[in-house]
Ligand binder design. Structure first.
Ligand code: NZQ
Ligand code: ZN
Length: 390
């Protein structure tokens, strides 16, 4: 096992009806800014419930709606100005990964006085934490299980064709309310996105090379098997509480630092996927399903030992030689994604061969030239994966 630090201060408040705890979780005298997305929380009554709970204290409550999927820097800038001008001292994100990620950016940028007027520069630090001393404290009410943003300190922010990761030691939510019932209103395509994003977060931290991390491996395998068990059910039966509760908890646990501690991590699929979203607008998880299958086809040799472990422990594949078992594991994974209505080719989304040069150029621009657990995913290897995914 590799050396690691593990730190996660986010309090999780899980289960049906737990929104009622909001009044105890948000400071009583706070000046609160509620952040939300394009309107689903208004349509389905979640925003009203949140405001009812907050009104039980002596708080002043402001709202900032309109954070789009793939949160945009220019829109977030308006919220940053409100937080500064109105001296907001607590933010409550109500929504999915985009709203939560956007809120993290607002929370750090609003206190980074030395970056006032040049907040865009806070998007240039990649996986290195942004150099700020603090953030406005914030909590979340999750409405879409997928990203794990509700219990980690990462965000992905878009500005034109740049879609870039932003990290800070100060952007762990203070708390996250995870009520599976609040996710019942999701359209099936977003539920499929959630299952696949969670599956691939797990894979990025598990199908690399063995380092004897038994707990992390067994936990990753447990998440993958749970997703295989509940994935189809939670799409077909959106109000099946237990299936949805398992998806929500898998999503949170897949990307809160636990299974990634002390193991090598890949993330090539994600970095290539982010460029595809930035260039085409295709949903995050849909880019991943396409690239992950191609990643394994191109990089089956450096991943051989873990692919064989994945084949045996997750899919129960024990027959045939090494190549046959890896082929079958890739096929079963692709079939699983397809069973959720998730396509695994770029052409399924009418994305043609011209995307290859564009993504490779964007990866180069963003310094993504040595991706993966070995740093061996050069621009050339990324190109091969994209060609394989067409
Ligand atoms: O905007 P509204 O109207 O609220 O609608 C949203 C949005 O259109 C809708 N939605 C959310 N909850 C709903 C609902 N519709 C009905 N009922 C509900 N309960 O769903 C749509 C998609 O929402 P979004 O937040 O964009 O989806 P997701 O949670 O998948 O987040 C994707 C973003 O997270 C980033 C992605 O790159 C992308 O920008 N990621 C963040 C990560 C992190 N912070 O750790 C890691 C991930 O790998 C990922 O990169
Ligand atoms: Zn993801």
């Amino acid at each position: 096992m590799l050396n690691f630090n593990f730190y996660n201060p986010t309090k999780i408040v899980f289960g049906e009806g737990r929104l009622k705890k909001l009044n105890n979780l948000v400071p009583q005298n706070a000046k609160v800014l509620i952040t939300y997305g394009g309107g689903s929380v208004k349509r389905f009554g979640v925003l009203d419930q949140v405001k009812d709970e907050l009104s039980k204290g002596s708080r002043e409550v402001l709202e900032f709606g309109g954070i789009p999927a793939n949160p945009r820097f220019d829109i977030l800038l308006d919220a940053i100005k409100i937080v500064r001008e109105q001296k907001v001292d607590f933010i409550l994100a109500v929504g999915g990964g985009s709203v939560i990620d956007g809120t993290k950016f607002i929370a750090v940028a609003a206190v980074a006085d030395e970056y006032e007027g040049r907040e865009r520069e806070l998007m240039n630090f990649g996986f290195t934490p942004v150099p700020v001393d603090g953030a406005i404290p914030f909590g979340t009410v999750l409405t879409l299980p997928a990203t794990g943003s509700e219990m980690n300190n990462g965000a992905v922010i878009s500005d034109g064709e740049d879609k870039l990761p932003v990290f800070s030691d100060h952007t762990f939510p203070k708390f996250s309310i995870l009520d599976p019932v609040l996710t019942y209103t999701l359209p099936p395509t977003q539920v499929a996105n959630g299952v696949v994003d969670t599956f691939i977060h797990t894979i990025e931290q598990y199908v690399t090379f063995p380092v004897g991390a038994g707990f992390q491996d067994r936990t990753a395998e447990g998440i993958l098997q749970t997703l295989i068990e509940v994935g189809k059910t939670t799409m077909d039966e959106p109000e099946n509480y237990n299936a949805r509760a398992n998806l929500v908890w898998c999503s949170t646990m897949a990307l809160n630092g636990l299974i990634g501690a002390g193991v090598p991590q890949d993330w090539a699929t994600h970095m290539i996927g982010h460029e595809i979203t930035a260039l085409t607008g295709l949903d995050h998880a849909k880019t991943l399903a396409v690239i992950q299958i191609a990643n394994w086809k191109i990089r089956r040799t450096p991943k051989k030992k873990k692919l064989l472990q994945y084949a045996e422990r997750v899919w129960g594949i024990r027959e045939g030689d090494d190549d046959a078992r890896i082929d079958l594991a890739i096929e079963k994974t692709e079939n699983f994604f397809n069973s959720l209505g998730m396509a695994t080719r770029l052409s399924d989304y009418d994305i043609g061969a011209d995307i290859v040069d564009k993504v490779v150029a964007a990866l180069e621009k963003h310094g993504m030239t040595q991706l993966s657990e070995h740093g061996d995913v050069t621009l050339d290897v990324s190109r091969k994966m994209l060609e394989e995914a067409l």
